[in-house]
Design a protein around this ligand. Structure first.
Ligand code: ADP
Length: 524
């Protein structure tokens, strides 16, 4: 019967590892990381560039303012009078980022300073005699400090009048201003806040938008993959109802047609299987009937043989008996010429008797009626009887016979009659198929088994026949013109006896060299 489950398993795909991240999740992760990195690089770049640009602009403005103050302070420094610079200083101080402004004389002393004290302190530490540049710009954490040289262009005569046509430059001192970095810091702060807000919006907003778009794009694909996975797990052939992009639709269509093909094939397989099952059932029924008939006829045959052989034995036994009587009377009457004929009758009657006995044994074995009569006895009892029975056989073909017992006289628990019958058969075969040779029976014990080895140096058996000789009615030479007599039943019965006693009979032989039959039996 064909296994239904087996055929289903055949169609069912084996499970694979379904763990792993979805496309959507992976894309979102990559996007999130990319945006984050890009934004970081972009923010750092923008802040750096903006700060640089703003700072350069503010410094340039501050320098310009200082330069203007320097131009307006010429008179004040020339006369070293603070009042002349008062309005210019007040004007400069009004600029939002200017935290202090003042003037330094040609001798390096601060003529006037208005505003934050930190500025005054910074400028008072400057060694003005060493400052050669027209414009000095330096910065601290919170301020830029800028100094612009005040130069008088033209030539002053003895009364102090300027001769503007003969231009010379006279160094008068420096106009100094401290500028706060507050506006730059404000710009930076605003920039940082703006970029942070833009960044946050980009980090969370963009993935959100992409996620929504991806969800719309991937939902049909997901449905398709769910159906595929379901089929894969259950072995069903469910089709996918998916509406999505062209590519996904094409995939779904291909998948559905594949499922349909599989369904059709499944159906065909199922009907094949059912058909086969039905046929197997019919054949099994037929075989059962045939087997029963064969068993019955075999039993009838065995019973018939057992009855017939039993009926045949009695008349043959009386023929043998009567012939013996006739032989005695012929001897007494001196009728020697018919004695040889009577001898031939006895021999043939005995052969017939042996054949009937063999057939009786065989039919009993086949009918399962052959009993094993287990008994405890000593080895020597069987060997003595064997020697008695086989003694006249060896000389017939001018053979020598020897018995080698290598295990003393152990106690055996077997059927002695059957052991004897097997040994007689093996020895008589050896005598029959050996001419002018020697027959050796070796007995030994190994691992609680007793071994009887019957060896001869007779005609031997061809290798291809070795299996056959244990079958019923099989002889190496089965032709009508065969040289040796026999029924071909001896070895078949011996092997059956052997198996009944849980033993084993085997042969090794070489054609023209000799044969060795080994009988192995458990001692108990
Ligand atoms: P058979 O009555 O013919 O001897 P067996 O069953 O005893 O029947 O033997 C079957 C055949 O096996 C024999 O006919 C013979 O060809 C072969 N055979 C058995 N024993 C020997 C042996 N010792 N040497 C050669 N051939 C043997």
């Amino acid at each position: 019967m064909i296994d239904r489950q087996h055929s289903q398993q055949f169609l069912k795909p084996q499970p694979v590892n379904s763990h792993g991240q979805s496309i959507r999740r992976q894309l979102l992760t990559y996007l999130f990381v990319s945006i984050f990195v890009l934004l970081l690089v972009f923010s750092i770049g923008v802040i750096w560039l903006t700060q640089k640009g703003a700072s350069e602009l503010i410094v340039s403005n501050a320098q310009e303012t200082t330069r203007v103050l320097a131009q307006q302070s010429t008179l004040a420094l020339l006369t070293e009078s603070v009042e002349n610079a008062e309005s210019a200083l007040q004007q400069v101080r009004s600029f939002p980022d200017v935290v202090g402004a003042g003037l330094v004389t040609g001798q390096g002393e601060i003529l006037d300073w208005k505003g934050d004290e930190q500025g005054r302190q910074y400028f008072s530490q400057v060694d003005w005699s060493k400052v050669s540049e027209e414009m000095l710009t330096s910065e601290s954490e919170d301020f830029w400090h800028i100094a612009s040289q005040v130069v008088l262009t033209g030539n002053a005569d003895d009364e102090g009048e300027l001769d503007l046509y003969e231009a010379t430059e006279q160094y008068l001192g420096f106009a100094i201003i401290s500028f706060s970095k507050q506006s730059l810091n404000d710009i930076n702060q605003d920039l940082f806040i703006t970029i942070s807000i833009a960044g946050l919006v980009a980090i969370f907003g963009l993935p959100l938008i992409v996620s929504i778009v991806l969800r719309r794009l991937l939902t049909p694909l997901q449905s398709l993959s769910e159906v595929m996975y379901h089929n894969h797990r259950t072995g069903e052939h469910k089709v996918a109802d998916v509406q999505g992009s062209t590519e996904v639709n094409m995939m779904a269509e291909s998948f559905n047609s594949m499922m349909k093909t599989l369904d059709d094939q499944d159906e065909k397989l199922r009907s094949h299987r059912d058909q086969l099952e039905a046929e197997v059932n019919i054949r099994t029924q037929e075989l059962v009937v045939a087997r029963d008939a064969a068993l019955t006829s075999n039993r009838y045959k065995s019973e018939f043989l057992a009855n017939v052989t039993h009926e045949l034995r009695s008349p043959i036994q009386s023929i043998i008996g009567y012939v013996e009587l006739v032989k005695e009377e012929a001897e007494n009457e001196g009728l020697y010429d018919i004695l040889a004929d009577l001898e031939r009758v006895t021999r043939n009657a005995e052969r017939l008797f042996n054949l009937i006995n063999s057939i009786l044994d065989l039919s009993k074995i086949e009918a399962g009626r052959m009993d094993v009569k287990l008994k405890t006895f000593h080895l020597q009892e069987v060997l003595t009887e064997l020697e008695e029975v086989t003694a006249p056989l060896a000389p017939q073909n001018n053979n020598s016979f020897s018995l080698q017992v290598l295990c003393g006289n152990p106690e055996l628990h077997l059927d002695p009659q059957k052991v004897l019958q097997i040994l007689i058969n093996l020895v008589s075969n050896a005598c029959k198929f050996t001419q002018d040779g020697e027959i050796v029976v070796r007995v030994f014990v190994e691992n609680n088994d007793i071994y009887f080895e019957v060896r001869d140096n007779g005609i031997g058996i061809p290798e291809r026949q070795l299996e056959r000789i244990f079958q019923k009615f099989q002889q190496v030479d089965g032709s009508d013109t065969r040289k040796f007599g026999g029924t071909g039943l001896g070895l078949a019965i011996s092997q059956q006896f052997c198996e009944l006693m849980k033993g084993h009979l085997q042969v090794t032989s070489s054609e023209g060299i000799g044969s060795c039959f080994t009988l192995k039996l458990p001692m108990k």
